[in-house]
Design a protein around this ligand. Structure first.
Ligand code: CAA
Length: 393
């Protein structure tokens, strides 16, 4: 079925060129693979290679470190375009950004030169390891993974779970407690390379959606990491983790809005062709109200997303809350629009022979990862009213 999305406005000629290329690659190479990627639940190495060959894994990273030097606005539009057809494929681009950002934000020049060019080119895959079994939302307060200084190294012990691309990553930034007496200011960020003794990949999760994206447990047993792989000063790890999320949550918002647009495009075309009561169901007012609401929700969420991406580009002081608002709004829109798309297709919508049920399953994770929708609200509200601390006795 034809995709009917109007092309978005471009911010530069470079962005127009990149997005034209992405649209062609998605139509010719990604869309035809999307159902199979979901069904097989395997990481699509061919798609990762396609993105690498076309420089799509280094869009927001500076040219001096091998990146494209594009804007965050362009980056989110690329993720959105891919997600219209395949959320798992879009996540390859989004997680490459998420996993590279700790080094971009917290790394020194030597670390950036050592790691970023191979990540920007796609030769290496990145992952970001913050979450643990007992610490999802309470990322700092309940962190158990420890990093103990020993000479020129840190020795890591602990486990991380729900690590997107963790099983295929060459480079993982791991957050670990270096001083348990200091709370969030006693956490370090360490770049751990695949093959480091003591670092292993554990259980592969079986998931409702984004099934082509391997989500795994990572284990660290006396894993010795050179001190030269620590990002920033020892206690800065949590702040680095949070600054990363400020710039990565818009990527998930873009994935969400892409999924929503893909589902709306499909449902609209279907409604124009499906006849009931003697005319296309698109001509029934009940359906028209649904389609109009879906489009309005997508357009408003997209405006917020692009504004959040502009804030990232500008380094604006309110980037944190804009990133959280974009992720909150776009995730909720993705869930409601995909659910309505399934409804519009009726029984066909519930069948795996049509893409909208996959889109609905894929949408759900955008309300959960990179901070649940509830955590986004905490982040937004704290920027409005501050974080309360009990008065000291
Ligand atoms: N930028 C810079 N510094 C920040 C910051 C930010 N955005 N947010 C917090 N900080 C600083 C604070 O200023 C504070 O510093 P000081 O002690 O010097 O004042 C310190 O970090 C601790 O901050 P909080 O007191 O606010 O910390 P908290 O323990 O109350 O937690 C939270 C805050 C917002 C709840 C945070 O834990 C959080 O975001 N939780 C959700 C975690 C999350 O999103 N996980 C997603 C995992 S990644 C993923 O899902 C990827 C994937 O699969 C694709």
């Amino acid at each position: 079925m034809a995709i009917a999305t109007p092309p978005p406005a471009y911010e530069s000629e470079e962005e127009a060129m990149i997005l034209d290329m992405v649209r062609t690659l998605v139509a010719e190479r990604v869309a035809p693979r999307a159902a199979e990627i979901d069904e097989k639940g395997e990481f699509p190495w061919d798609i990762k290679q396609l993105f690498a060959e076309n420089d799509l894994l280094g869009v927001p990273f500076p040219a001096e470190y091998g990146g494209v030097g594009g804007s965050f606005v362009t980056y989110v539009k690329v993720v959105e375009e891919v997600a219209k057809a395949c959320a798992s494929s879009a996540l390859i681009i989004a997680v490459q950004e998420l996993g590279t950002l700790p080094i971009m934000i917290g790394g020194n020049d030597e670390q950036k030169r050592r790691f970023i060019p191979k990540l920007a080119s796609g030769e290496h895959i990145a992952a970001y390891a913050l979450t643990e079994a007992g610490s999802g939302s309470d990322a700092a307060g309940s962190m158990k993974t420890r990093a103990v200084r020993d000479g020129d190294s840190y020795v890591l012990n602990g486990n991380k779970i729900w690590i997107t691309q963790g099983g295929v990553a060459d480079v993982v930034t791991v957050f670990a407690v270096t001083d348990a007496t200091k709370g969030p200011n006693g956490i370090g960020a360490f770049v751990v390379e695949k093959g480091t003794p003591g670092f292993s990949v554990g259980k592969l999760e079986k998931k409702m959606g984004i099934r082509g994206s391997p989500t795994v447990e990572l284990n660290f047993v006396d894993c010795r990491v050179p001190a030269a792989n620590m990002l920033g000063p020892e206690g800065d790890g949590f702040k680095i983790a949070m600054k990363v999320l400020d710039k990565s949550r818009p990527g998930i918002a873009a994935q969400a809005i892409g999924i929503a647009q893909g589902a709306l495009d499909y449902a609209t075309q279907y409604a124009k062709e499906r006849i009931a009561f003697g005319k296309p169901i698109a001509q029934q007012q009940g359906l028209q109200f649904m389609l109009a609401d879906m489009r309005t929700e997508i357009e408003s969420a997209r405006l917020l997303l692009y504004e959040a991406a502009r804030k990232c580009d500008a380094g604006a002081p309110d980037t944190t809350e804009y990133a959280a608002m974009a992720k909150l709004k776009c995730g909720d829109v993705a869930m409601s629009v995909t659910t309505d798309a399934v409804q519009i297709l009726g029984g066909f919508g519930y069948s795996v022979e049509y893409p909208v049920e996959r889109m609905m399953r894929d949408a759900k994770i955008t309300q959960i990862y990179e901070g649940t929708q509830q955590i986004q609200r905490v982040v937004i509200a704290r920027k409005m009213v501050g974080k309360w601390s009990p008065p000291k006795a």
